[in-house]
Design a protein around this ligand. Structure first.
Ligand code: SER
Length: 308
């Protein structure tokens, strides 16, 4: 990775990945693009605009693309046709660009790539994938496209199935796991959170430093050790809203939580695994998360206290 382009760089994962990659590879070598770029970033890029995408790649001799631009699960369910357009036409443009310019690609898949017929506990790396959401359909199609471009054209496309991502810096937008971020802001501000998922909704989660570490470790892993290459299950913790609230109460004793279930997002969450098996990622490229639930909660609250 010498010259890196990030799409969706103003998003939850993109903003922190951009900062980390710039620290590691030099600001002059990491180019951030987004449909709505941050004020100090030059590249407004809609990933459906192939000529614009290619111009950036050619101008800067890009050799690696982190393609993060996508609509998340809940918003994709509101506008499914638009979600397909952005998530799939964006991805095939990026894959074509990678083929033409010999770039490596990072593509984030998700727990959403699974469905109700998938084993929900200890979800295997290789298993049935019949997602019922548009976001999940795009993710599983994306996994297959990445494998196809590797096999057919030799594009070095790698990826992870991320769980819900938790961060104190940039908020997610339009996801089903967003409650696990919103809850911290509410706890800090008003000591109360109205949760849109049921108390017992168990999902995999990950703290942002681990999510970034996973992406960079995978992209720099020795290709010879990768049997899967793309769509690795990765998780760091698995909990319910009730368990997360109890952990927050250890730090903020007066914190309360109530449940006002949103049927759309509850149905999405109910179709996803509760806890994935990520042994393939551990064995093939040394995945090892640093943050479990208690450490993540402590760090989140400390970061939010210092920034608010
Ligand atoms: N965090 C994402 C969402 O909730 C799942 O990949 O949409």
């Amino acid at each position: 990775m010498k010259k890196i382009l990030i799409t969706g760089a103003a998003g939850q994962l993109g903003s922190e990945l951009t900062a980390t990659l710039r620290n590691r590879y030099g600001s002059e070598n990491v180019f951030a693009s987004d449909k709505k770029p941050a004020p100090d970033e030059p590249y407004g890029l809609d990933v459906r605009d192939m000529p614009a995408l290619n111009r950036i790649v050619e101008t800067h001799n890009i050799d690696t693309i982190f393609h993060l631009a996508a609509l998340l699960s809940a918003v994709a369910e509101q506008t499914p046709q638009q979600a397909w357009d952005i998530n799939m036409n964006g991805l095939i443009n990026v894959l074509e660009t990678c083929r033409l310019h010999r770039c490596a690609l990072f593509f984030p898949s998700s727990i959403a790539a699974f469905g109700t017929e998938t084993p929900a506990i200890d979800t295997p790396q290789d298993t049935i994938q019949r997602p019922t959401t548009m976001y999940g359909i795009c993710k599983v199609s994306g996994e297959l496209l990445c494998d196809y471009y590797y096999r057919r054209f030799g594009v070095d496309a790698r990826g992870l199935r991320y769980p819900g991502l938790i961060s104190s810096k940039t908020k997610p937008g339009g996801g089903t796991t967003d409650y696990a971020v919103d809850i911290f802001y509410a706890a800090q501000k008003s000591r109360h959170y109205d949760c849109f998922l049921r108390a017992d909704t168990q999902l995999d989660m990950m703290y942002m430093p681990d999510a970034i570490d996973a992406a960079i470790t995978l992209m720099t892993a020795d290709s010879a050790h990768l049997k899967h290459r793309n769509a690795f299950n990765v998780t760091a913790m698995s909990f319910t809203p009730q368990q997360l609230a109890a952990e927050i109460q250890k730090h903020i004793p007066g914190f309360t939580i109530a449940y006002h279930v949103d049927p759309l997002r509850q149905a999405i969450a109910d179709s996803w695994p509760k806890h994935m098996n990520d042994s393939a990622a551990k064995a093939e490229w040394g995945w090892r998360p640093r943050f479990g639930l208690p450490a993540m909660v402590e760090d989140m609250l400390e970061n939010l206290r210092s920034t608010q």
